[in-house]
Design a protein around this ligand. Structure first.
Ligand SMILES: *[C@@H]1O[C@H](CO)[C@@H](O)[C@H](O)[C@H]1NC(C)=O
Ligand SMILES: *[C@@H]1O[C@H](CO)[C@@H](O)[C@H](O)[C@H]1NC(C)=O
Ligand SMILES: *[C@@H]1O[C@H](CO)[C@@H](O)[C@H](O)[C@H]1NC(C)=O
Length: 218
């Protein structure tokens, strides 16, 4: 199961093609990234984050866990690094070109960070951690570029947020292996593939999703 929520290299590569800045910031990206790093613990994998080294060299990042395109930083891919801590989302708001964010396969716990101002994101990858608690219903409101949300295999409870219904471009949603309850929201997005299996959901499968394999709903 974990393998289905792991890396999506192609997907992440495609994400960068149409990113636009959503806000402007005066602080250099390197300073903001180091500020963000200081909210994390067990950061040995990020020991090459050095303000004297430029972030990107063409499509290659000089800093572990950064995604680069033509010399520009556009995403964080902090996967399988043994990270935990508090995820300083306020600092990320100021990273104007942040387009995708992954912290999959780490040791994060506690409530889900309030990502609702990261409206430029196209991908949010939080699977395989220990996040818990309820998600505010409006947490995904206004995320008009969002395409992929992976939150599988955590300890989320409560309802699946209705604000997911408003994300027109959503093509992939993985919330399996949590403790969500209530009904499956009536998703109507054309190309959405979703997996809601292994929760405490009840009620009918929305018509738009009924062509998917039964294992997505177990
Ligand atoms: C980055 O990758 C794109 C797509 O593969 C390519 O078109 C571009 O030339 C690359 N840029 C650099 C600086 O290598
Ligand atoms: C710290 O990270 C390393 C990998 O970078 C990992 O092997 C180790 O388990 C982590 N420690 C804790 C306490 O999470
Ligand atoms: C999350 O952030 C948004 C925007 O800053 C704010 O309106 C909302 O009240 C916050 N929600 C929670 C649960 O803190």
């Amino acid at each position: 199961m974990a393998s289905s929520t792991r890396n999506h290299p192609l997907a992440i590569t495609l994400l960068m093609l149409t990113c636009l800045p959503t806000s402007s910031s005066k602080e250099p990206e390197a300073i903001l990234l180091l500020k963000f790093k200081s909210s994390l613990t067990n950061t040995t994998s990020l020991s090459n984050w050095d303000p004297l080294v430029q972030l990107c060299n063409g499509n290659v990042s000089n800093w572990n866990g950064l995604l680069c395109f033509n010399g520009e930083f556009f995403g964080l891919r902090l996967e399988s690094m043994g990270l935990s801590g508090s995820l300083d989302i306020r600092t990320l708001f100021q990273l104007t070109f942040l387009c995708t964010m992954s912290v999959m396969n780490n040791n994060f716990q506690g409530s889900f960070p309030n990502v609702s101002k990261l409206t430029g994101l196209k991908g949010l990858f939080f699977s395989n951690n220990h996040f818990s608690g309820e998600l505010p219903d409006d947490i995904f409101t206004g995320m008009k570029f969002m395409r992929r949300i992976l939150m599988a295999n955590n300890e989320f409870t409560g309802k699946i947020p209705m604000s997911l219904l408003g994300i027109q471009k959503l093509v992939e949603l993985q919330v399996q292996d949590n403790q969500f309850d209530g009904r499956i929201p009536a998703f109507a997005q054309q190309d959405l593939r979703s997996n809601v299996a292994n929760n405490r959901l009840e009620g009918p499968i929305p018509p738009q999703l009924s062509s998917q394999s039964a294992s997505s709903f177990e």
